[in-house]
Design a protein around this ligand. Sequence first.
Ligand code: DMJ
Length: 490
Amino acid sequence: MRTVFCFGLLALALGTVGLDFANAAVAQPGGPATAQSRRDAVRETTRRAWQAYVNYAEGYDELQPLTGSGINNFGGVVVTAIDSLDTLWMMDLKREFKQAVDMVRGVNFQRVSGDMSFFETGIRVLGGLLSAYELSGESVLLTKATEIGNILIKAFDTPTGLPVARVNARGPVADSVNVVLAEIGSNQLEFAKLSEFTGNATYQEKSVRVFDILSRVRTREAGLIPVHLNAQTGQLNGDYITFGALGDSYYEYLLKYAILTGQRDGLAGRMYTTAINSMKLSLVVNSSSRPDRYFLAARSNGNLEPTMQHLTCFAPGMLSLGSQFLGNNDDFVVAQRLMQSCIAFYRESQTGLGPEAVRFDYGDSASALDTDSLDLSQSASLARNGYVVSSPSYILRPETIESLMYLYRTTGDTIHQAIEKHTRTNLAYSSIKDVNSNNDKDNHRNDMPSFFLAETLKYLYLLFSDSKFYPLNEYVFNTEAHPFRIQKRM
Ligand code: DMJ
């Protein structure tokens, strides 16, 4: 009920085209005292997760919260420490922030022995360092950002100018020319910031060229680009289109690059508008058994794929931010519809946490949900909710909270409570296997991804903060939730 009430208010508050989003008055349900205590609770979750990383996994990329050990998933560059820097700063956990900075001092990117993912290292490491440098002024963070930036920029040394998927200290990895859309299209904020702070325009020029190249790709639905490409030849591989894994943050970066650089009518903004118009026409559909429920589907071989991932739940936030920036009220209506479904994924599970993916029933497309193969409880869920859970894990992901933050910088308290209740382990917090399990004991997985600290907890904290705290007309958040100050127009 509260959600419906919030959306009502939100529609009123944001319904005016061009409204200054920092000043959209948002009342905190329960008043300031409740908001403060919720903020304090999220801060305590953050402190506890951070402390466990320090105690059990210092020097490693991520914590394994069941065994109390560390694991290097990103080449051993203390990715959780770097991903957490700005979260710790923003929550005023200054002692912990200093610990993280000290860990960063010890990293030598030149010594990383294996290959690094261009995308993951860009959004987590380069993004995390630059954002924390901008907030704190700690010069070592810019030094390290420049070091890793100089390694990552070599990914663009291809005949097309599209970056390869992996790099190492020696250069681009030759056999990583098969790339995905989200990877090549989600680095423009980071390199623009690196150019801003170093005065070297080359970083930004190389990364923004990706948008130029993609603007010339002709596709079935204008602006919706298939997710598999070859960086060597520029050829598209297949025609799978999605706002979920592999596609998602490309669309996010078109919008956020336009916001960062203050260019409503620039190429990125125009490409975003074209893509979103096609998305609304061909990918936003409602369930046959619950026509009031809307989903953001994928498309392959011209057929609709009636599936939606947790990852896709970033889209309501993007649409709402875009509708404010570009003055398009239609997008906000779609944002609300999709938000309702993402909230439902949480509310309708046993734990109060949202599953990794659902399938819904839609028409009779080739890949339609096979209703005959469903068991009794799945059939009941389909009739009641309009979807069945197809992947039941919750891996501490941020997207629904992220969107809630954008749609309305309040509420979300129940999600934080569910995270505390169901993902808390003796040491820290863990992914869980099944959001519909009522057996917490056997439901934990031995991982705590770095984005839990970078994004999930930060968006929760922002949700319970005044909208003037890191206002959206002063900051743009990269896809890993690292805030960048919006640039002054030259
Ligand atoms: C994060 O690493 C980033 O948000 C990325 O763009 C995709 N999603 C994960 C967290 O779910």
